[in-house]
Design a protein around this ligand. Structure first.
Ligand code: CP
Ligand code: NVA
Length: 308
C-alpha cells in the first residue's frame, strides 16, 4: 500500500478547507436526520487507545463507530505499554492487522506521527499534548448551530492557556474564516509555530494580553483548564499565573449580552470558569459535549474516502 495515500487526522489542518466544510455539513445533516447515517463501517473494527483519562472522547468515539455499524476496541495505554512493553511501531502494525483505523489519545504527539507513518491505516488524534482536533471540529459545529450559520467573519476569543485545545481551534478557525483572539498570561501564550501555521492558512489570529480587551465584540468566549493532563506537577504555579484569566461574570460583562460561552470539559469550576458562567444562559457546553459524537462520526467517514 502507498502509505502517503493514507489519510490521517492528527490535527485539523490535515483536512483542506473544503473537506472541513464537508465534515461539518455532513455532521449537521446526520444530527438532524439520524436515519440517514450509513453502515459504512459494517464488518470493520476500529481501535481506540487511551494513554490518558477520558469521558467525552472515549464514549463519543465508540458511539460514533457503532452508529456506522463498526466495532470499536478500546485499549488503555497501560495494558498496551506503548514504547515500554512493545514499540509504538509494532503496536501500530499489530492493530492494523485487525482494524481499519486507529484512534489514540497520547502524552506525546510524536507517538501519533509514528503510528501514522508505520501502521498503514488512518490514525485519528483523540488528544495529544499539542492538539485536540476532534474537539475543535465539534466546537465549530456548536458555534454554527448556536450562531445560526457559518462561522466565517465571526470572532472567537479563547481565554487562558495556549494549549492543545486552543491550538486546534486556531487551525479550525483559520480554515473556516473565523477570527480568533487568544488571551493568556505571559509565558503561556499560543505557540508561535501554531500562530504562523494558522496565518499561513489565511487565518486571522491575534494574541491580546488583557482579557477584558480581548472579549470586546466576541461572538463566543472559550476557556479550558489551566493545567492539562500531564502537567499536574505545574499545577500550583499555573494557578498563581492564571488568576486574572478566570471567565467569570465580571469578564463576561465586558462582552456582549449574547456572547456564547464554551468549554471543552472537564472543567475545574472556580478556577478557569465560575459556576455562574458555565451554568448560565449563554453557556453551550452541553451542546459541545453532544457534538463530539456527531463530529467524530463525520470525520471517520471522511477518512474512509467513501463519498457520503
Ligand atoms: N473534552 C474532552 O476531550 O473530554 P474528555 O477528556 O472527557 O474526553
Ligand atoms: N487541555 C486539556 C483538555 C482536556 C479535554 C488537557 O489536555 O488535559
Amino acid at each position: 500500500m502507498n502509505l502517503s495515500a493514507v489519510p490521517h487526522f492528527l490535527d485539523v489542518d490535515d483536512l483542506s478547507a473544503p473537506a472541513l466544510r464537508r465534515v461539518l455539513d455532513r455532521a449537521l445533516g446526520w444530527k438532524e436526520n439520524p436515519g440517514k447515517v450509513p453502515d459504512l463501517l459494517d464488518g470493520q473494527a476500529v481501535a481506540a487507545v487511551f494513554e490518558k483519562p477520558s469521558a467525552r472522547t472515549r464514549v463519543s468515539f465508540e458511539v460514533a463507530v457503532s452508529t456506522l455499524r463498526g466495532h470499536c476496541v478500546t485499549l488503555r495505554g497501560e495494558e498496551l505499554g506503548l514504547g515500554s512493553r512493545e514499540s509504538v511501531a509494532d503496536v501500530a502494525r499489530t492493530l492494523a492487522s485487525y482494524c481499519t483505523m486507529i484512534g489514540a489519545r497520547v502524552f506525546d504527539h510524536r507517538v501519533l506521527e509514528e503510528m501514522a507513518r508505520l501502521g498503514g491505516i488512518p490514525v485519528i488524534n483523540l488528544l495529544s499534548d499539542t492538539a485536540h482536533p476532534g474537539q475543535a471540529v465539534g466546537d465549530l459545529l456548536t458555534l454554527e448551530e448556536h450562531l445560526g450559520g457559518p462561522v466565517e467573519g465571526r470572532r472567537l476569543v479563547f481565554i487562558g492557556d495556549g494549549n492543545n485545545v486552543a491550538a486546534s481551534l486556531a487551525l479550525a478557525a483559520a480554515l473556516t474564516g473565523l477570527e480568533m483572539i487568544v488571551s493568556s498570561p505571559p509565558g503561556y501564550e499560543l505557540d508561535d509555530s501554531v500562530v504562523e501555521r494558522a496565518r499561513n492558512l489565511g487565518g486571522v489570529v491575534e494574541l491580546v494580553a488583557d482579557p477584558f480587551d480581548a472579549v470586546q465584540g466576541a461572538d463566543a468566549v472559550y476557556t479550558d483548564v489551566w493545567t492539562s493532563m500531564g502537567q499536574e506537577a505545574q499545577n500550583e504555579a499555573r494557578i498563581a499565573a492564571f488568576g486574572a484569566y478566570q471567565v467569570n461574570a465580571e469578564l463576561m460583562a465586558a462582552a456582549r449580552h449574547d456572547t456564547l460561552v464554551l468549554h471543552c470539559l472537564p472543567a475545574k469550576r472556580g478556577l478557569e470558569i465560575t459556576d455562574e458562567v458555565i451554568d448560565g444562559p449563554n453557556s453551550v457546553v452541553w451542546t459541545q459535549a453532544a457534538n463530539r459524537m456527531h463530529s467524530y462520526r463525520s470525520i471517520l467517514v471522511e477518512l474512509t474516502g467513501e463519498d457520503s
